[in-house]
Design a protein around this ligand. Sequence first.
Ligand SMILES: NC(=O)c1ccc[n+]([C@@H]2O[C@H](COP(=O)([O-])OP(=O)(O)OC[C@H]3O[C@@H](n4cnc5c(N)ncnc54)[C@H](OP(=O)(O)O)[C@@H]3O)[C@@H](O)[C@H]2O)c1
Length: 345
Amino acid sequence: MMRVGVVGATGYAGLELVRLLLRHPKVKMTALTAERYVGQPIWKVFPSVMKETDLVCQPLEVEPLAQACDFLFTALPHKAAMDVVPGFIQRALKVVDLSADFRLTDPNAYEEWYEPHTAPALLKNAVYGIPELHREEIKKTFLVANPGCYPTSIILALAPALKNKLIDHRTIIADSKSGVSGAGRSAVLTSLFTEVSENFKAYKVAEHRHTPEIEQELSRLAGERVVITFTPHLVPMKRGILSTIYASLERPYSENEILDIYHNFYANEKFVRIHPPDILPGTADVLGSNYCDIGLKIDKRNKRLILLSAIDNLVKGASGQAVQNMNLMLGLEESLGIDIVPLYP
Ligand SMILES: NC(=O)c1ccc[n+]([C@@H]2O[C@H](COP(=O)([O-])OP(=O)(O)OC[C@H]3O[C@@H](n4cnc5c(N)ncnc54)[C@H](OP(=O)(O)O)[C@@H]3O)[C@@H](O)[C@H]2O)c1
């Protein structure tokens, strides 16, 4: 059985990986790391996994992890990931990194939005991990850059429209709303209950770090440089992302024509569900699952396409998609461990 480790297991994405891997039939979790919780059994940090695993959080040290594992998920903050991933790769481990560190192909773009890149040589090997778009490359690589949560929802929604040149890409506006777990588990003022509850506001308007990653992928799909307007919002809920995306149609298509194109594009995709026009996607319908639900409407008065895309930020937006990528990298059936019915209500 393949031995798998989770680096940063005490974060929200890390714990979600633990939850999914505990029920995965073809891999065995053999190591977990933390920073503040070193030496503690994970179940003491999260009683949700009591009686599920006795694994103890170990420090982030490359050599012991390389000996205990064949495959690693790194669910660390950016920068911390690129400090350790090269060491794992040198020791012949395969890695899915959930941070932003290997998502941008251009190190200059990374420097512009984050800081100087310390492992730029690996960027050419890292495959952007949206299986619905890059499945064959993911199967062959040893390093997957797992996408951001907002980008997953936006890119999957726009891919059929851009690939089929249905819209004028200069008019794209993505308006996204996220639950608070998207900000991670560290204690920050803006994530406090008093700040978040009974409140709904935008943040990082026109400067969110997911913008270059979204534009990189949309440009690949369109075959030319795409620049978008992206406005993220924080919603007082724990999980979920809903993106509402607007773009002008190149000609007056009917809703059914566009729906046909979307159904064809995702015909063989288990985790993408295209909604009929009278049912709009919502975050509650994907909770705890690896689904991305996509709905669409046309505003006939101004020939605008309106796309709606719902995911669970911790599953299709992070750890579920990471397991989907691992399955592909290990030659396993793609939906193993993530074939989950959403939790409703
Ligand atoms: N949350 C989401 O919805 C989401 C979605 C997509 C991608 N991501 C990405 O996934 C990564 C993890 O996100 P998260 O939300 O799970 O973050 P988080 O809740 O803040 O967890 C971070 C994890 O990394 C550990 N850690 C932090 N700094 C470290 C260091 N310098 N050395 C070693 N370990 C360190 C923490 O250990 P302690 O708990 O012991 O401090 C914890 O286990 C981030 O890069 C994030 O951007 C998150």
